[in-house]
Design a protein around this ligand. Structure first.
Ligand code: SF4
Length: 154
């Protein structure tokens, strides 16, 4: 898996202060997408285990308390990303059990493959659905268009 951006302190993508990772790879091709440069799975840079350790250390850093981890992109549930994302959410769940995990995907919760569902079983909140330009609403919190749903899973 490749990624584009990692923000160790982020107050925009999800509730509270968070760590946010924008991964590479998205097959949804939504018209009006703001992150077209993330569509190719080989764009950005390689996400290493060292980077995963770095994220866990940031989540555990008591000097700046984070509420959790946000995973966006691109699409963290792109088939190319599943194995690395699964490893990351398992590690965060095990080593930072008090932190929440939010994940943004263009796939619908009702249509996820078994592998995608396994990732989702480790996260707290899934924001699903493609970005649909004529349903765009700048007043929405944590989503771009009205079709997208915030699923609070646990
Ligand atoms: S799902 Fe997100 S990143 Fe992918 S094309 Fe749609 S808006 Fe862009």
């Amino acid at each position: 898996m490749n990624y584009h951006q990692y923000y160790p302190v982020d107050v925009v993508n999800g509730p509270g202060t968070r760590c946010t990772l924008f991964v590479a790879g998205c097959e949804h091709q939504c018209p009006g997408c703001y992150n077209k440069n993330t569509w190719r799975t080989n764009s950005g840079q390689l996400f290493t285990q060292e980077m995963a350790e770095h994220i866990v250390a940031d989540l555990q850093d008591s000097r700046i308390k984070r509420q959790g981890l946000s995973l966006s992109g691109g699409d963290p549930l792109h088939p190319h990303n599943i194995s690395v994302i699964l490893k990351l959410v398992k590690q965060v769940t095990a080593e930072c059990p008090e932190k929440d995990i939010w994940l943004w995907t263009g796939y619908l919760l009702s249509e996820l493959s078994e592998a995608q569902q396994e990732v989702v079983s480790y996260i707290n909140v899934l924001v699903d659905g493609k970005f649909i330009q004529n349903l765009y609403d700048p007043g929405l919190l944590w989503r771009g268009s009205r079709n997208q749903i915030i699923h609070r899973l646990r």
